[in-house]
Write a protein that binds this ligand. Sequence first.
Ligand code: 4AD
Ligand code: MG
Length: 426
Amino acid sequence: MKIYIEDIAKYEGQTITLQAWLYNKRSSGKLHFLQLRDGTGEIQAVVFKGNVSDEVFELSDKITQESSVEVTGTVKKHDRSRIGYEIDATDVKVIGESVDYPITPKEHGTHFLMEHRHLWLRSLRQKAILRIRHRIIKSVRDFFDNKGFTLVDAPIFTPNACEGTTNLFKVDYFDQNAYLTQSGQLYMEAAAMAVGKAYCFGPTFRAEKSKTRRHLTEFWMVEPEVAFFDIYDDMDLAEEFVEYIVQEVVKNNRADLEVLERDISKLENIKRPFPRISYDEAIEILHKKGNDTQWGADFGGDEETLISEEFDKPVMIHHYPMAIKAFYMKQEGNKAACVDMIAPEGYGEIIGGGQREEDIDKLKAKIKEQGLPEEVFGWYLDVRKYGSCKHAGFGLGIERTVAWICGLHHVRETIPFPRLMDRLTP
Ligand code: 4AD
Ligand code: MG
């Protein structure tokens, strides 16, 4: 009977067949120990000379790393193994041979591994990251679905710059200019007026010309938008959302977090309420810590790290100076009713959002002031023209969130096939 490794416990004492890959092998005299992985788990098969034919014993000696194999044997309890079982092999077949697999158990440099990303994904560490990423995405969907949000897909081709014009990817769109979307937000504002609570979830693009450990050119963002919400409702939602995601991972992916040697107690601590500080208070913290960022400047990675050191939970910084924020933000005095959530332990900003300007005249003035092409914002202004209301939302970057939860220094390992300024392959 063919089974998956994850189901092994149900078959103790029975004869089963696994289809898997050999990720490591050890031999001693009359025994070969085959380390197998099938994507659902890892297990050791013991090939004892007395239990198999001579051909199978010889074959087991020669199987190369990452060959795909079919192993038949009896499931036996084995307390010292991670999974608690091992296989006493009675037959071994090679399905697909693997010759000179480039990623060996020795250490490899990052460049080499990135060049072989399509194979690197098979490592147990990368598999753990893929599984946690999957859990995060599932939790994102579950959270909003359970709260009565409607998933509304935003377009990828767009004529609008949502987050400034400096990092747009321009594409030829027949005889017009189009850009790859930086954010689905403007479309979600329209959608919120239709369904009340909307969210979109998809890839977004930014021609980031800086090579930092937090920036990808293609990343995934989830963006809720809610009608009749203000900035404080927005922060409440963001906080509940992030707590939910982290606790779902803690609950369901403990083994994966252990593979990554993540300090799980730090994640268990991520419970509401999260600290909230104003931009002015953040500036004070920076000054106290010897950073001389002037009032009015935006924060970079270094500042975010310094601020996050003060807290053991994500911190929400609200009310930045309007002058450094996007045209659509609701203005309050010289501040914007906006919020950034900074992850703890120096993983940087994971959420950006806030309340939107609902007044059509103020919005028109901002579009002009920031030199944005008014003609492509006609539809967006219509949202204010017909039954405008206060509304707010935010965007959470999936890769930054994966980096934080998995404890990864660089975002390049958080997405299966990262796109960076200097990387388009594999
Ligand atoms: O702060 P940002 O630019 O906010 C927006 O795009 C809003 N329109 C969202 C909204 O209100 N609906 O981006 C949101 C998040 C950041 O906090 C960060 O987590 C992530 O997106 N992000 C990136 N992640 C990886 N690489 C990049 N280049 C990123 N740029 C932003
Ligand atoms: Mg931001």
